[in-house]
Ligand binder design. Structure first.
Ligand code: FES
Length: 62
């Protein structure tokens, strides 16, 4: 299956973000530092910050 790219500027996929959450990243700023996701386009940041929060909540709930 083709990987879902969430941020094309930095080629960050949905899998990458999930992986970082599993590794313990619990805020978007750290995720940006590690992956550079959304660091160039404001709409990308906005979209992925929302998605990150949803994914994080799902991960916490299990
Ligand atoms: S597409 Fe993500 S920063 Fe440009």
């Amino acid at each position: 299956m083709e990987k879902e790219v969430l941020c094309c500027c930095h080629n960050v996929t949905l899998e990458d973000v999930k992986e970082q959450i599993i590794l313990g990243v619990d805020n978007f700023e750290d995720l940006q530092e590690i992956t550079k996701i959304g660091t160039d386009c404001p709409p990308c940041k906005e979209k992925n910050e929302k998605l990150f929060k949803i994914l994080l909540e799902e991960e916490i709930k299990g």
